[in-house]
Design a protein around this ligand. Structure first.
Ligand SMILES: Nc1ncnc2c1ncn2[C@@H]1O[C@H](COP(=O)(O)OP(=O)(O)OP(=O)(O)O)[C@@H](O)[C@H]1O
Ligand SMILES: [Mg+2]
Length: 573
């Protein structure tokens, strides 16, 4: 466990050896300079003060001032460079975690809460960055100052120093106890912060539903409950922090009082010089600060370590096998599709496909219809390799897709999803998504083929109009046409269209059908349809129910059969 942590820190710092060394050595020097000052003051009082103002006196004061100035510039530099290192580490960790998250598969996101992930990526890692500077800086400064000043206290007057040490030891024990409490509360604070962000993110993502159902009060209530939990945990942690911080002041006041009383007695007995008592008090103040800072450090440490734990928890989750070593093949051709003896069920739910078989010939246009929840979207996602099968295999032109490199697979198999997602970017960027190098010519052409050019030209800034969360909102039919344009640019060999369930007006529907027709020319195409008109022209139509193909044939055949398809189409008419 400890080794684990040490390894973690060693790996991180090894990327910043020079800065780390500078911070450690710089902190050593600063602490040393700090220790020097009271000695000089004592000397000043002993040797120069009794003789009144003199050149030597001014010189000593000058030296002292230079010392303070050197200390100031050095510690400033340490702050700048050291904090820079912490921020850089924060940046790197965040990048690593995000890269890891991007490599997680669909199944991870099925169960993940995006607010929680956001909180880990943003808040937790910020705490870790703070810790990364504090360790080489505060730890070194504190230890040197503490050890140095305690040694000098003994050298100045061992009796008084014994009293101080005894009190310090007492204080340390109580601090250790408080630290244990602190660690727990910080971990819980982090968890509750994550829950709260998750809650808020969810409410905001679902804001349209919230508004239409007029359930703002309910969402506020959920947020408040998460907030109250956090508040309760925070309150507990404040109590501990209060004990720590308040304890410091109280403790140093008691120390000062004790030393002045005892020191005064020693002076009156002629056992101690005034200059010694002054130096003693100065060193005592000096050694008080690191005690305080060490406590602060433990606070930063606990918070940072809670962040580290949560970071590593995520990093340790296995990535999807998208980059697995057995994926070596490239799809040179992609036309025929074969599902053979496929078994699949989502994690923790009943199987959807049991011994499922389906062959699609090269260039064939297959339509899939069926009641909702029948497994149509799942089937498409399996073909894209989004989930691992529980048995059987899916092949494209005879190649098991499990052995195909993910980028090759996703390039050759294009899917237009049931709900189109638009990024907060221009129309142009949204069409060119995944093909940033596309020329304007290609983009316009794709939009024309998708019958989207016309409405895009009517937008306030044409192709430069911002859409998505932060821009102009598009209708369902417009979004679908952008998705089709995207796919024209991408130009995959196999095309999957998971038709949106939203109803469209007749004109838009015709436009989309024409666009789809063009898009599917010369490609093997699977069309999942909610409007039967979409699949009428397919070579073959499948009715998928509960993971089984229950009817299969051309539109005319299926109509003649007067089965499920017939019922669906007469119900729609
Ligand atoms: N990510 C998921 N995790 C667990 N179960 C899921 C997941 N996605 C879908 N399911 C379940 O799998 C079944 C098939 O869902 P699927 O989305 O494939 O249906 P569909 O035929 O596309 O339906 P629709 O016509 O409504 O789009 C459903 O019972 C659904 O509840
Ligand atoms: Mg679906």
């Amino acid at each position: 466990m400890l080794r684990d942590k040490l390894n973690f820190f060693a790996t991180i710092y090894s990327a910043h050896k020079k800065i780390f060394a500078f911070v450690v050595i710089g902190s050593l020097i600063c602490a040393g300079l700090g220790l020097l000052a009271p000695m000089l003051i004592r000397q000043l009082m002993d040797e120069l003060l009794p003789h009144g103002m003199s050149a030597e006196m001014i010189l000593s004061a000058g030296v002292l001032l230079a010392l303070y100035a050197a200390n100031y510039f050095l510690s400033r530099k340490i702050e700048v460079v050291g904090r820079g290192m912490g921020a850089k580490i924060e940046f790197t960790l965040r990048e690593k975690l995000f890269r890891h998250l991007l490599r997680m598969g669909y199944s991870f996101y099925d169960n993940a809460q995006s607010g929680q992930l956001l909180s880990r990526l943003v808040n937790d890692i910020a705490e870790v960055g703070g810790l990364m500077f504090a360790i080489p800086h505060l730890l070194v400064t504190c230890l040197i100052t503490l050890l140095g000043s305690v040694t000098l206290l003994f050298w100045l007057n061992w009796q008084l120093a014994l009293v101080v040490t005894a009190l310090l030891v007492l204080k340390t024990f109580s601090t250790i106890k408080l630290n244990g409490d602190m660690k727990q509360t910080f971990m819980r604070t982090r968890e509750n912060t994550g829950d709260l962000s998750g809650q808020i993110a969810e409410s905001l993502q679902g804001i349209r539903l919230v508004k239409t159902f007029n359930t703002e009060a309910r969402e506020l209530d959920k947020m408040r409950r998460a907030g109250e939990k956090l508040l309760a945990v925070q309150k507990k942690s404040f109590d501990t922090v209060g004990k720590l911080h308040g304890g410091i002041d109280f403790f140093s006041n008691v120390m000062n009082l004790a030393i002045i009383v005892l020191g005064g007695a020693l002076i009156s007995l002629g056992l101690m010089k005034i200059s010694d008592l002054v130096a003693f008090l100065l060193y005592m103040m000096l050694c008080m600060r690191p005690v305080f800072q060490l406590m602060m450090l433990t606070e930063v440490y606990q918070r940072g370590m809670a962040g580290v734990e949560r970071y590593r928890e995520l990093m340790n989750l296995p990535e999807s096998n998208e980059l697995s070593a057995e994926r070596v093949a490239e799809l040179e051709t992609a036309a025929a599709i074969e599902f053979s003896h496929v078994n699949f069920g989502y994690e923790n739910s009943a199987p959807i496909f049991r011994d499922f078989n389906l062959s699609i010939a090269a260039g064939e246009h297959v339509g899939i219809v069926g009641m909702t929840g029948g497994g149509k979207t799942t089937l498409c996602e399996l073909l894209l390799g989004m989930y691992d099968l529980d048995g059987g295999k899916i092949s494209i032109d005879g190649r098991d897709i499990k052995t195909v490199k993910t980028d090759s697979l996703r390039r050759e198999v294009g899917m237009i999803q049931q709900d189109t997602f638009l990024f907060s970017a221009t129309v142009r960027d949204n069409i060119a998504y995944g093909r940033e190098e596309a020329t304007d010519e290609e983009i316009f052409n794709a939009a024309k083929l998708a019958e989207a050019h016309e409405f895009i030209s009517e937008l306030p800034n044409g192709y430069d109009t911002l859409v998505g969360e932060r821009g102009v909102k598009l209708s369902g039919g417009q979004k679908q046409r952008l998705a089709i344009a995207r796919m024209f640019l991408r130009d995959p060999k196999i095309l999957i269209l998971d038709e949106a369930t939203s109803a469209l007006d007749n004109e838009t529907e015709r436009q989309i059908q024409r666009a789809m027709q063009k898009l599917s020319e010369n490609r093997t195409t699977i069309t999942v349809a909610h409007r039967l008109a979409t699949v009428r022209a397919s070579n073959r139509i499948l009715v998928l129910e509960h993971g089984n193909i229950t009817e299969e044939g051309s539109h005319e055949n299926l109509m003649a059969r007067r089965g499920v398809y017939y019922k669906l189409s007469t119900a729609a008419a």
